[in-house]
Design a protein around this ligand. Structure first.
Ligand code: CUO
Length: 686
């Protein structure tokens, strides 16, 4: 095996094809001892393999050892929200976890490839690579290249195939598939105006990665996993709402009642795992029903959903949950030891059966919500339809119903958050430092940011076999022009002071074009960045690039990036992109409006001595996207509750004066609020 990266990288390529099919565009070949390559592979014209990956017979890889992993049909959907399929994933992950080192994993995985569902396979090897310390240097290729059919409609892929069938066999230039802007529907339906956002590849890949890292039923407790489930999804809803306001659409409403029809349908036009099977479509005004999927062994009653929700709400308002022994478990965020209430609540709401204080009692509201919605078009398999995209981690954000469900989830979290005592002035104020001025600069212009369209290319032929020919996906996406934050900060102390800089963005006006009060704006504040600065005594000019954001992932790593990342040739991008998790950099800003949209930036400095979390020394993995993704093998690097200071209601008085708007927080010297404009150019950016 050439190196760990290469040995494992090609397991991700062509997930639907035989493992002995040529990979790496032709030169890489897994050779399984005692297993004939399928004739279609052996006779492929023009293939001259130069990298051979021998896979000896492994007597230890037996189907019976895979547990329930083989229970999910190949070519069908795999949903992490279904309890039975979570169990299958756990069985396969456990099996791969028993390997030691890259070569061992490669051999075992190559033997298992083809015996299990393709998505499950990719999920499990991804999980194990991220989990195993000895595989720290191995990066994952982007899901866009592994499963292109999750990102572009079948029609576009079929067109590329037809073009290849007709073209001169000696042609070497790739076929290009353009996709974007028209997305999945027309603007006859207002919701489709948001398709560019919901169907963005980066947002969906982020969601897949996030759940890969913060998997329920993982068997161990990742630091603040529950709180991060709340926070990351809350921030997604906030950003979605901001985008809606940019387009003049109302903020998303929660899925309050599963006994009335869901107004908006969704027709994904995508196929599953490159297999040709379609994801289920939901008509407008579909009435959710109890789930009765016998073939999957999955049954969910809407009544149970209602009961779980009511029990969770009860716990929130009473201030405690009841554990399996009947004992009270207090829900409070102002604790100095043990878990915060938000963590306990979240583990019961998501739910993680192993970490919920009382899984039988509080149930499985969020996961089951995904299930009910994913099968609402065919709840009893009468039509033998596949699940809808909302059941899959890499596609669920495409469907508007995802946001209705997650608004319901967030609504429960917010019910809890407003029961918590507001932050005191002592918790908000940092004496000795003050922000004199703060804003954004782009080129020579201050406080006006620009967005437009851009394109990014991926190799579709890494995930789908187009007769061995190269096919490029050219995806259109929103993009901001890069900018910088500039802050003029005075440190009035005699010695240097380390502070955490927190930067948030929210619209200034609501849908009625009125300035928002604190509570209306509170859950719209989107984290833009969070970083540490050591302020010297006196005046400090702090400059920070938008590309350094603590929430974003630099870029998706392609197969080509990773092939070029042999030791000694590690690009900066690869070196920093540790786990692929993080909000896409190209979606850092909301779209804005052509005429300019009024937004506000909120800056706050807090005492790093109080914020810092001691982590044992060692390599910082997943340092990118840290606010949404945490750090691998380390504690979440901010001791404050996630979303601070906007996760709670405001104190009624600050410095003796009432707090009505966020600007009242900015009366504190360590905070600052500033108006900016975002203009959407509606054209391709240079
Ligand atoms: Cu991420 Cu419901 O948790 O999709």
């Amino acid at each position: 095996m050439a190196n760990d990266q290469q040995g494992l990288l090609y397991l991700f390529e062509l997930p639907q094809e035989d493992i002995q099919a040529p990979r790496g565009g032709g030169p890489v070949l897994f050779k399984l001892e005692n297993e004939e390559a399928p004739p279609s592979v052996a006779t492929r014209v023009g293939v001259s393999p130069s990298v051979s990956m021998p896979v000896p017979v492994r007597d230890d890889v037996a189907l019976q050892d895979l547990g329930t992993a083989t229970s999910i049909h190949k070519g069908s959907a795999f949903s992490f929200f279904l309890a039975s399929q979570r169990k299958a994933a756990k069985d396969l992950c456990d099996f791969f976890m028993m390997t030691s080192g890259a070569e061992d994993l490669m051999q075992v995985a190559a033997r298992v490839h083809g015996k299990v569902n393709e998505t499950l396979f990719v999920y499990a090897i991804s999980f194990v690579i991220l989990r195993k310390k000895e595989l720290r240097s191995v990066r994952l290729p982007t899901m866009v290249e592994v499963f292109p059919s999750r990102f572009v409609p079948q029609e576009a892929l079929a067109k590329a195939q037809m073009q290849i069938n007709r073209m001169d066999p000696n042609q070497t230039e790739p076929v290009i598939i353009e996709h974007g802007l028209e997305f999945s529907g027309t603007h006859l339906k207002p919701e489709h105006r948001l398709s560019y956002w919901r169907e963005d590849y980066g947002i969906n890949v982020h969601h897949w990665h996030w759940h890969l890292i913060y998997r329920p039923g993982i068997g161990f407790d990742r630091d603040r996993k529950g709180e991060l489930f709340y926070y990351m999804h809350q921030q997604v809803i906030a950003r979605y709402d901001i985008e809606r306001l940019c387009l003049g659409l109302p903020r998303v409403e929660k899925l309050d009642n599963c006994r009335i029809p869901i107004k908006d349908g969704y027709f994904p036009k995508l196929t599953i795992s490159n297999s040709g099977r379609q994801w289920g479509s939901r008509q407008d005004n579909t009435l959710p029903k109890d789930l009765r999927r016998r073939e999957l062994g999955e049954f969910v009653d809407i009544t149970d959903m209602d009961i779980w929700r009511s029990r969770l709400l009860d716990a929130i308002l009473q201030g405690f949950m009841i554990d399996c022994n009947g004992d009270k478990v207090p829900l409070r965020d102002d604790v100095t030891s043990g878990k915060r209430g938000i963590e306990i609540l979240s583990e019961a709401l998501e739910a993680d059966a192993e970490l919920s204080v009382n899984f039988p009692y509080y149930g499985d509201l969020h996961n089951r919500g995904h299930d009910i919605l994913a099968f609402s078009h065919d709840p009893d398999n009468a039509h033998k339809e596949e699940m809808g995209v909302v059941g899959d981690l890499a596609t669920s954000l495409r469907d508007p119903v995802f946001f209705l469900l997650h608004k319901l989830v967030d609504d429960l979290f917010q019910e809890y958050k407003v029961t918590q005592p507001p932050y005191t002035e002592a918790e908000l104020f940092l004496p000795g430092v003050r922000i004199e001025r703060a804003g954004v600069v782009r080129g020579n212009e201050a406080n006006v940011l620009l967005t437009g369209w851009n394109t990014r290319e991926f190799e579709a032929s890494r995930g789908i076999d187009f007769n061995g020919k190269p096919v490029i996906l050219r995806l259109t996406h929103l993009d901001p022009k890069p900018f910088e934050y500039h802050m003029q900060i005075y440190n009035d102390l005699r010695e240097p002071k380390e502070v955490t800089v927190r930067i948030f963005l929210a619209p200034k006006f609501n849908g009625q074009e009125e300035e928002m009060g604190f509570m209306e704006q509170r859950i719209l504040w989107s984290e833009m960045d969070k970083f540490t600065v050591n302020l010297k005594p006196g005046k400090n000019h702090v400059v920070r690039s938008s590309k350094e954001s603590s929430i974003t992932n630099l870029e998706e790593l392609t197969f080509k990036d990773l092939e070029n990342s042999v030791p000694g040739n590690t690009s900066e991008q690869v070196a920093f992109n540790f786990c692929g998790c993080g909000w896409p950099q190209h979606m850092l800003l909301p779209r804005g409006r052509p005429e300019g949209m009024a937004l506000q930036l909120f800056f706050m400095l807090t005492d790093y001595a109080q914020d810092k979390v001691s982590n044992p020394g060692g390599v910082r993995r997943c340092a990118n996207g840290v606010s949404f993704c945490g750090m691998q093998d380390a504690k979440y690097p901010d001791a404050r509750p996630m979303g601070f200071p906007f996760d709670r209601s405001p104190a009624p008085l600050l410095q003796g004066l009432p707090v009505n708007t966020t600007a009242d927080y900015a009366r504190l010297g360590n905070a600052f609020i500033h108006d900016i404009t975002i203009r959407f150019l509606g054209e391709k950016l240079n």
